[in-house]
Ligand binder design. Structure first.
Ligand code: MG
Length: 392
């Protein structure tokens, strides 16, 4: 395998840090070209020096001089602002762009990387949720390969290897069920921020951990799978698998099911996106089947987790509806993390935004950005009302 030059968008987050760990295990095969971060200037500086990055972007412009002064003696170029991320991802020195920033904010730079024909290691699922049709269309046009980093989608992608193009009959998308799987609905309604952040199997950033607790993460993944694999929603089924050892499965027309397994460790999916189609060694925990005992599977409880029904509804409507769902969710999760609203207020607000939104059946990229802004404003209004009611 030839050496690959990598840009990590969001290098100080959970996925970004794990990606650097993967790179540190294969310094002869991977080279860090570009690192970007929103605010975490200190960690960004340390990472840039350790991995001898060519350039960094600190999105928060107020931190530019701090980063630039620290990196100048190391001959590492420093840039500031989101636009710099969009400009730099198109650089000729970059082979793979890992999109590990949080939420809709990742869309603009992903689109630019796709247009430049880069290989995208996609960790930012919101990009495909908000603008899946547009991004996949651009990827085809510009010959940009999109490799999934989400563990479920990496699993599906791996299950498809060697299928000789046989159509997917069904995707079995596995879900841990999150921290509230066994809780009663009335108890979930009172769940606190700390309880929702306490994920049983995966260690992740706070936004995705709350999404896992509401199961909106699985909803976003259904839409992500729809675009990555061209599989309609009715063929994507969620199954709770509490051990998180099967990362997802594909069923073919003959009933044969192919599963991909491993201990829950994001580095596996990250590394495979970096090394595809090759497999490299990884210092991780290997499966010991004799010690595993049983694996369990359940149907998800749609009453306790309304996010799943909202997702299928958004997929069926299509157009800008998944973008509306995603924007409302981002705003509501942020409000829940600020402890302004309750747990079920998150999905209530998403549902209200979807019901009252301006629907566009075939939105342009500009209209997607506009939908996002309008929905954030609408959600902010609903959050204010809900927070006001709660404080009475
Ligand atoms: Mg996932």
């Amino acid at each position: 395998m030839e050496k690959r030059r990598i840009a990590i968008l969001g290098s100080t987050g959970s996925i970004g840090r794990q990606a650097l760990d993967v790179i540190s295990q294969h310094r002869d095969l991977f080279e860090v070209e570009l690192l970007t971060a929103n605010n975490s200037s200190e960690l960004l500086i340390r990472q840039a020096i350790e991995f001898d990055a060519n350039a960094v972007v600190i999105c928060n412009e107020e931190k530019y001089s701090e980063v630039a002064e620290a990196l100048e003696p190391h001959y590492i170029k420093t840039f500031a602002g989101m636009q710099s991320v969009c400009d730099l991802v198109t650089s000729d020195n970059i082979d793979i762009v890992l999109t590990s920033m949080v939420g809709f904010s990742g869309l603009a730079s992903t689109v630019d990387a796709v247009k430049a024909g880069k290989t995208i290691a996609l960790a930012n699922k919101e990009t495909l949720v908000a603008a899946g049709k547009i991004v996949m269309g651009l990827a085809e046009k510009h010959n940009a390969r999109i490799l999934p980093v989400d563990s479920e989608h990496s699993a599906i992608f791996q299950c498809l290897m060697g299928s000789a193009g046989a159509p997917i009959e069904k995707i079995h998308l596995t879900a841990s069920g999150g921290p509230f799987r066994t809780w009663k609905r009335e108890d979930i309604a009172k769940a606190t921020r700390a309880q929702a952040l306490n994920h049983p199997n995966w260690s992740m950033g706070s936004k995705i951990t709350i999404d896992s607790a509401t199961m909106m993460n699985k909803g976003l993944e259904i839409i992500e799978a729809r675009w990555l694999f061209g599989t309609p929603g009715e063929k994507i089924q969620v199954v709770i698998h509490t051990e998180s050892l099967i990362h997802s499965m594909i069923e073919y027309a003959d009933g044969s099911v192919i599963a991909q397994m491993g201990h829950p460790d994001m580095r596996e999916a990250i590394q495979f996106a970096f090394s595809y189609p090759f497999r490299l060694s990884l210092d991780n925990r290997k499966l010991n089947f004799a010690e595993l005992g049983n694996l369990s599977f359940f149907a998800p409880d749609k009453e306790k987790f309304p996010a799943l029904s909202l997702t299928y509804e958004a997929l069926e409507k299509g157009g800008n509806m998944p973008c509306i769902m995603n924007a409302a969710n981002e705003a509501a999760v942020a409000a829940f993390l600020r402890e302004e609203i309750g747990f079920y207020d998150i999905t209530d607000i998403v549902g209200e935004c979807m019901a009252g939104a301006d629907f566009a059946a075939d939105p342009s990229l500009d209209e997607i950005f506009e939908t996002n802004e309008l929905t954030l404003a609408r959600a902010a209004e609903l959050i204010r009302k809900t927070a006001g009611r709660r404080s009475l």
